[in-house]
Design a binder for this molecule. Structure first.
Ligand code: ADP
Length: 293
C-alpha cells in the first residue's frame, strides 16, 4: 500500500457532497490498509480504515467479509461500524474511534492487571462474545491487539477480518485460522474441526495474559507452541500473586477437550466473579495499577 494516493489532507466520499473528513493522524497500518483518525465538519472524530480498491484476492475478500459482519453487530462492547463509502481509489470503513489503543498496549505498559480490572474486562468481553455467538458469528481472532479501549477505558472488540457467520450453532470449521498462541487445540486438528468453543479458549488465553503479563503457550518454535497448546501444557508463574479462583477459572476454560470447556454462561457464574469489580477504570490505569480503596 502506498501513501502517495493519500496525499490530500481531506477525504471526500463520492456522491456525498455534504461530507468531508479531515485526516488528523495515522493510527496504524494493518494487513489491508491504513487506519486514520479523522474529523468531520461538525468536529466529530472517527477512525477511518482505508482499503485500496485495486488490492485483490484474499485480502479484499476479508475486508468485504469484515464489512458484512461488523455492520450487523451493534453492541456496547463491539467497535461500531457507522458507514462504508468510497472515493476513486479507496473504500473506507467509518468506525467508532477507540482513543486509548488496545489491551495489548495496556498490558505491555502495566506488566499485568489487577484481578478487579480483569473481572471488569472479562465481564465486558464475555458480554460482547456472547452477543456475537447468539448472532452465529465466530470471531476467530480474539487477542489483546484486537480489543480496543474507549474514551473511558471500556472494551471494544474489533477486527472482524477473520470472523465467520455460521449457518448453525454446531457447524464445524476446518481451515486453521487465527493467531497461533490464541488457537484452540481443535483448530490445530482439522479432523475435529472447531466452533464457538474456540473463541472461548482465546478468552482463557487473554485472561491469563491480563493476569500474568505473558503467554500461557510460549515457545521458541512454532511446533513447540503447537505441542503445548495440544496438551494444554501451561503453568502459572509463581512470582505473581493470583487467587486460586482466577487460576481455577483459567484452567477450566483452557480445557483441551472442547466439549468439556466452560461455556460463556458457566464462566460468568464462576466464583472468580464474586470478587470486587470496579464500575469503570480511571485513565491512569493505562500506566499504573488503580487503587480501588
Ligand atoms: P489490522 O487488522 O491488520 O491490525 P487495521 O487496519 O484493522 O489492521 O488496523 C490498523 C491499526 O489501526 C490497528 O493496529 C490500530 O492501532 C488502529 N485501529 C484500528 N481500528 C481502530 C479504531 N476503531 N480506533 C482506533 N484505532 C484503530
Amino acid at each position: 500500500m502506498s501513501f502517495s494516493k493519500m496525499q490530500s489532507q481531506f477525504i471526500k466520499p463520492l456522491n456525498r457532497p455534504n461530507e468531508e473528513y479531515k485526516i488528523l493522524q495515522l493510527l496504524g497500518k494493518g494487513g489491508f490498509g491504513m487506519c486514520f483518525e479523522v474529523e468531520n465538519q461538525d468536529g466529530e472524530v472517527f477512525a477511518l480504515k482505508a482499503i485500496e480498491k485495486n488490492s485483490t484476492g484474499q485480502n479484499y475478500d476479508e475486508v468485504l467479509n469484515e464489512i458484512m459482519i461488523q455492520s450487523e453487530l451493534k453492541h456496547p462492547y463491539i467497535v461500531n461500524l457507522y458507514d462504508v463509502f468510497d472515493d476513486l481509489d479507496f473504500v473506507y470503513l467509518k468506525m467508532e474511534l477507540c482513543s486509548n489503543n488496545s489491551l495489548l498496549e495496556m498490558v505491555q505498559n502495566r506488566g499485568e492487571l489487577t484481578e478487579s480490572e480483569v473481572r471488569l474486562y472479562m465481564i465486558q468481553l464475555i458480554d460482547a462474545v456472547g452477543y456475537m455467538h447468539n448472532n452465529n458469528i465466530l470471531h476467530r481472532d480474539l487477542k489483546p491487539d484486537n480489543i480496543f479501549l474507549s474514551d473511558n477505558l471500556d472494551l471494544r472488540v474489533g477486527d472482524f477480518g477473520l470472523s465467520k457467520e455460521l449457518n448453525s450453532t454446531d457447524e464445524r470449521q476446518r481451515n486453521p485460522c487465527g493467531t497461533l498462541p490464541y488457537m484452540a487445540p481443535e483448530i490445530l486438528n482439522p479432523k475435529v474441526g472447531y466452533g464457538f468453543e474456540a473463541d472461548i479458549w482465546a478468552i482463557g488465553v487473554i485472561m491469563y495474559i491480563l493476569l500474568f503479563g505473558c503467554q500461557p503457550f510460549g515457545g521458541h518454535t512454532r511446533s513447540m507452541v503447537i505441542d503445548r497448546i495440544r496438551n494444554a501444557d501451561f503453568e502459572f508463574p509463581s512470582d505473581i500473586e493470583v487467587s486460586h479462583d482466577a487460576k481455577n477459572l483459567i484452567s477450566a476454560i483452557l480445557n483441551p477437550e472442547y466439549g468439556k470447556r466452560l461455556t460463556l454462561s458457566e464462566i460468568r457464574q464462576h466464583f472468580f466473579f464474586r470478587g470486587p469489580t470496579p464500575v469503570e477504570l480511571p485513565l491512569s490505569a493505562l500506566r499504573t495499577a488503580p487503587n480501588f480503596e
